[in-house]
Design a binder for this molecule. Structure first.
Ligand code: TRP
Length: 307
């Protein structure tokens, strides 16, 4: 708690103020994110699901029988379920998440829906290598699963580091199945992160409510505004909270001052070209085995193998 508070203060006293995206996800934030995935403008989840539905047999045959599926993040999404339904004779499903609570909840759901599948959750910060549990039967290969273009929420060097951890966890003969959002008409991307119903705005602002509750701070959410801007030259969306006036907020012992128009950066969402992503994957020791996209080439699901 004290460590978390000092990390928060450190981020909020930099020249570019930042808050870690982990503060998006309290109970309200998780429910709002669920709503985001159903918004008409938010093409990512829908498109990724369509790609998976269309190519699930081919994906399952690349993964092959008796694999160990290691999901980075506590899955239980529709996409995970689709995979679990189609994989042949899975050796074990290993969701990895920093939140024990999320893991146990998803483990329960997976066990209910797939009683024949062994689920061995691992509580770990997947930014760093971790010990895989001993599977009940020896898997033929490890396949890491990382859907949702969550890789895009990491800056380049961190994304490569994370891919390196995946490379290590996949082990010899292993692979990575990953969802990767692609560069496209900026108006499509901007609409996805600035939905007309204002759900993404509420999701972003909820971060301040969450921090107020947890740390007793007094951010006035009525004087911050959501902003998300896609910069095609940088290939990424910056998600920010903009201070609508000159104001102060008290966080622990720190008085934070905001100029009018000053921003807090809460998240990046990178959009890739297929070549750009292949280059990044290569830096982590992966080569692209297979890429599936939708007809508009808005999103991709990629099967990367160790090179
Ligand atoms: N990874 C997804 C994306 O970048 C989901 C997501 C993460 C998101 N943080 C977000 C969506 C903030 C909207 C706003 O789109």
């Amino acid at each position: 708690m004290a460590d978390e508070l000092s990390a928060l203060i450190a981020g909020l006293t930099q020249a570019q103020k930042t808050i870690s995206p982990k503060y998006f996800y309290d109970e309200t934030g998780s429910a709002l994110f669920d709503e985001i995935t159903k918004l008409p403008e938010y093409y990512l989840t829908r498109t990724e699901l369509d790609i998976m539905r269309t190519h699930i047999d081919e994906m399952a045959s690349l993964v092959g029988p008796q694999a160990s599926l290691i999901e980075f993040g506590s899955g239980s999404s529709l996409k995970t379920r689709m995979l679990l339904e189609h994989l042949d004779d899975l050796a074990v499903y290993v969701p990895v998440d920093i939140s024990e609570e999320h893991l146990l909840a998803s483990q329960r759901r997976i066990r209910d829906a797939f009683p024949h599948i062994d689920v061995l959750p691992v509580v770990a910060d997947f930014m760093h290598p971790f010990q895989l549990p001993d599977p009940p039967t020896m898997p033929i290969r490890n396949v890491v699963y990382f859907p949702g273009s969550t890789i895009g929420n990491f800056e380049h060097d961190d994304a490569v580091d994370l891919l390196r951890v995946m490379h290590e966890e996949a082990g010899a003969g292993g692979a990575l199945l990953i969802g990767v959002d692609l560069q496209k008409d900026p108006s499509v991307i901007n609409a996805a992160y600035n939905d007309s119903a204002g759900v993404t705005a509420r999701f972003n602002l909820n971060m301040l409510t969450h921090i107020n509750r947890e740390f007793g701070s007094d951010f006035d959410t009525s004087f911050f505004e959501h902003r998300a801007t896609y910069r095609p030259d940088q290939g990424r969306v910056a998600v920010e909270l903009v201070s609508m006036k000159r104001q102060d907020a008290q966080l622990g012992a720190e008085t934070l001052s905001f100029a009018k128009g000053e921003t807090i950066l809460t998240e990046y969402s990178h959009k890739y070209t297929l070549d750009g992503f292949a280059d990044m994957a290569a830096m982590a020791g992966f080569k692209v085995g297979h890429v599936w996209t939708d007809a508009r080439q808005w999103f991709s699901v990629q099967y990367l193998v160790r090179s």
